[in-house]
Design a protein around this ligand. Structure first.
Ligand code: AMP
Ligand code: ZN
Ligand code: FE
Ligand code: FE
Length: 293
């Protein structure tokens, strides 16, 4: 079994990179990809541990991007939807890629400062320092949600987003994020394999025709894969995405999106019980990636 979509505490997971490697080894997983949000730090820390443990570790990243909707799909006053892009095999990226992700980290920090100011102006007693105790070098909104919950401002993670943190919520902040197209180009030029993450979250979820049009446009700028298997996908979703992968000759990837205690109910390797990806999935990705386009 393999898992190609996981987060450590270097982004918004709860397991340290070393603990994640140990958990993967214990399961056992035959291969693990770390795909932290907008950072390679978790992979960098885990790599020597995985080598020691004899675990095949794949360098990945999950980039936060925005997809500018088509004019007919635009809703006035609504932000372009957030889309996640996975990048694989990016352990030795071309010069410039690491600097580029540092830009994303900076814009996140700026967003966090504005978010604190807005929460304070709404009467919420919260400081960036206390959020950073749990979020550390990649403090994100899930960390804000935990503090709001701890302090009793909300009763659930979802309420924290609905009331305060979501794009269209009271304290919501527009952060500078790269477009999906730019991110695909950056990963591709950086030497990585760009893969569309959990497509079920895209374009209202289950519109195969629209997704096909988008895939064609993304493939033109370098998209090479689609996440067919994911904890949030039903068997029917996976079937649809597998058929799109086949149609466009895209690599088929999958993973749990493990976040430890930050997403209870999602287990390493098996997700919500619906995953069990054989090693052959990784072999097929490598074969697909080896073909020059
Ligand atoms: P950030 O990268 O700091 O902007 O946080 C993004 C993360 O917040 C996403 O990966 C989700 O886990 C979570 N998130 C964003 N919007 C919502 C929402 N409306 N409801 C629940 N969780 C959300
Ligand atoms: Zn996450
Ligand atoms: Fe994601
Ligand atoms: Fe993820």
């Amino acid at each position: 079994m393999i898992d190609l979509h996981t987060h450590t505490d270097q982004s918004d997971g709860t397991a340290t990179p070393a603990a994640l490697v140990a958990a993967a080894k214990a399961l056992p997983l035959e291969a693990l990809a770390i795909t932290d949000h907008d950072t390679l730090a978790g992979y960098d820390i885990a790599a020597p541990r995985a080598a020691e443990a004899g675990l095949e570790l794949i360098c990945g990243i999950e980039l936060s991007t925005r997809l500018e909707p088509k004019p007919e799909d635009r809703i006035p006053g609504k932000r372009a939807p957030s889309v996640h892009l996975l990048g694989y095999f990016i352990d030795a990226p071309s010069p410039g890629f690491r600097e580029w992700i540092v830009g994303s980290q900076r814009s996140r920090h700026q967003r966090n400062l504005t978010l604190i100011a807005r929460l304070n102006s709404l009467g919420v007693d919260i400081t960036l320092d206390e959020v950073k105790v749990i979020g550390r070098n990649l403090t994100g909104r899930p960390h804000f949600a935990r503090i709001l919950l701890q302090k009793g401002y909300v009763k659930s993670n979802q309420e924290a987003f609905d009331k305060y943190l979501a794009d269209d919520a009271e304290a919501g902040v527009e952060r500078d994020e790269p477009t999906l197209f730019e991110a695909v180009k950056r990963v591709s030029e950086g030497g990585g394999l760009p893969v569309l993450a959990h497509p079920v979250r895209l374009l209202g979820g289950r519109d195969r025709a629209k997704l096909a049009v988008l895939l064609e446009e993304l493939i033109a700028v370098g998209l090479r894969g689609i996440e067919v298997f994911h904890s949030e996908h039903t068997p029917e979703d996976s079937e649809t995405f597998a058929s799109l992968a086949h149609q466009f000759d895209l690599a088929v990837t999958g993973g749990s999106d493990y976040h430890g205690g930050n997403k209870p109910g999602i287990e390493l390797g098996t997700g919500k019980g619906n995953l069990h990806l054989p090693y052959s999935v990784l072999e097929a990705i490598r074969e697909n990636a080896a073909v020059a386009r």
